[in-house]
Design a protein around this ligand. Structure first.
Ligand SMILES: Cc1cc2nc3c(=O)[nH]c(=O)nc-3n(C[C@H](O)[C@H](O)[C@H](O)COP(=O)(O)O)c2cc1C
Length: 250
């Protein structure tokens, strides 16, 4: 039985606890070789289970990877992908995916895109249907992200560094990863969650200030970026904000 919240007076101490977890959830990409107790894995998954989802479809499945040879095979795929991207000169500042091999906690998040049917679609192949289908896909992605985020926050609350890996969307990645984990063909690997005690002290990355992301009643055009500004941001800032402590950004 879930205890109902007994009072309507906001309990600031609960918020403070929550914000401390949200603020201190930080990405780590290398972990100490210390096993995660099974009950922690269970607690993290329990948090994911309660996430909201469009039409309450819960279009997700979680595969807890425990075997070292599977972790190595997953890491090998990503290290290979890193080399392929470098050859294609994609210029994306790619991290070292070897860290996946030694992540004590590794959960592969699987999405069931067939559940876009649970959202409003016409299914008649019309142009209008295409628009609804696109939106249905967004609803599904947001749903799985909600569950993933719950799991990440739960892991952070237990003191773990977390790593959200999405470089798995391409067809090749699906073909490489699904057979490894016996995932049926009509499901998709959507992301991988790695977690554990960080091997290096985690650092806080740059976050936009509230004033830069919030408007009241009407979009504040001072926060609008032109396409050229977005391009310039990707060129000049992206690499700094991805891998640097916010206090060390010039
Ligand atoms: C949807 C999403 C996709 C991400 N994909 C990757 C990824 O493929 N590889 C990676 O190393 N980090 C990935 N990250 C981690 C981000 O790089 C990281 O969250 C960001 O730099 C902010 O740092 P923070 O998590 O410490 O706040 C992803 C995060 C999110 C939310």
């Amino acid at each position: 039985m879930i205890e109902p919240i007994k009072t309507l007076t906001p309990d600031i101490s609960r918020f403070d606890t929550f914000l401390d977890i949200a603020r201190n959830r930080m990405t780590s990409r290398e972990f100490r070789d210390e096993p995660i107790p099974d009950e922690h894995v269970e607690m993290i998954l329990e948090a994911a289970r309660h996430a909201p989802s469009g039409a309450n479809a819960q279009p997700w499945h979680f595969i807890v990877v425990t075997k070292p040879e599977l972790k190595k095979a997953i890491a090998d795929y990503f290290v290979g992908e890193q080399r392929r991207r470098a050859k294609m000169k994609m210029k994306f500042p790619t991290p070292n995916y070897r860290g996946l091999e030694t992540a004590p906690g590794l959960i592969v998040v699987v999405a069931d895109f067939r559940f876009t049917r649970a959202f409003p679609v016409l299914n008649d192949g019309s142009d209008l249907d295409r628009q609804y289908q696109e939106n249905a896909e967004r609803i599904l992605l947001q749903s799985v992200a909600a569950a993933t985020m719950s799991a990440h926050l739960a892991a952070a609350s237990l003191g773990y560094g977390v790593w959200w890996v999405t470089a798995v969307g391409q067809e090749d990645a699906q073909k490489a990863l699904k057979p490894l984990l016996g995932i049926p063909d009509d499901l998709s690997v959507i992301d991988i969650m790695a977690f554990g005690k960080p091997s290096k002290a985690p650092y806080k990355r740059w976050k936009k200030a509230l004033a830069d992301i919030v408007s009241r009643d009407r979009f504040d055009m001072r926060n609008y970026m032109t396409p050229e500004q977005v391009e310039a941001w990707v060129r000049e800032h992206r690499h700094k904000v991805m891998y640097r402590d916010e206090s060390k950004i010039d």
